[in-house]
Design a protein around this ligand. Sequence first.
Ligand SMILES: [Zn+2]
Length: 275
Amino acid sequence: MPELPEVETIARGLAQNLTGDVIESVWLGNKPEPLKSPPGEIVGTLEQARIAGVRRVGKHIVVDLSRRSPVASRRKKRAQWIVHLGMTGRLLIAQPDIAVPKHTHAILRLRSGRELRFVDPRRFGRLAVVRHSFQAPGSEPLDMGVESFAVLFRRRKTPIKSALLNQSLLSGIGNIYADESLFRAGVRPRRRAASLTRAELQRLYGAVQEVLREAIAAGGSSVSDYVDANGDAGFFQFQHRVYGREGEPCLVCRTPVKRIVIAGRSAHYCPKCQK
Ligand SMILES: [Zn+2]
């Protein structure tokens, strides 16, 4: 599942490739799950709109749309197309003569002659249009200071790992980067969030910033001609220190990395480096 750094990388790639292009027409498939807005509203909002920019908000891809025609209503001018990739969603930029893959739920035909296709085998991804400025439910981890970060965990009895994954608190942090941040901060994933000391919260704040920025940089460096939202290739440069390394030696102290399950999600940590 794409996390914040992957979505950031995908959004940057799409921005480079699509900004300035115009959506001429839209085809939507007949599977209802991917469509979070009524199909007619999606088509009406996207068709003939110019792509003014693409950016990430939380784990969502936000495509800012503008209208050239001055007769179009003011509301339409501010419309946004919101894409959530879910587990397996991808946005592919393709020439129309390239065969349309299975599980394609939307095709946007662009003035440049290319197509933007939304492909999602498992159908957890979502497409929506909004006419106001889209906001993710939680706070944006890269835009917040240490004070507002610390407040999120006050009096919270859940394990800190679960609190980091809670999208209504922080937007966009998933399993991998939560484990990696806790390792760098020296905090065990099962610790109650409210039990973290001031110093630990400060370290965790720093670790989250560092991990996300490093992962974005690793993805971003190979994203110049990005057309496949899977993103895997771009992220091999981000080395996991604990995630997925159960039983392997800790890179700091050689103690075997442990794997536990917290609220149904696996968590990896070093029993010696993390307290
Ligand atoms: Zn260790």
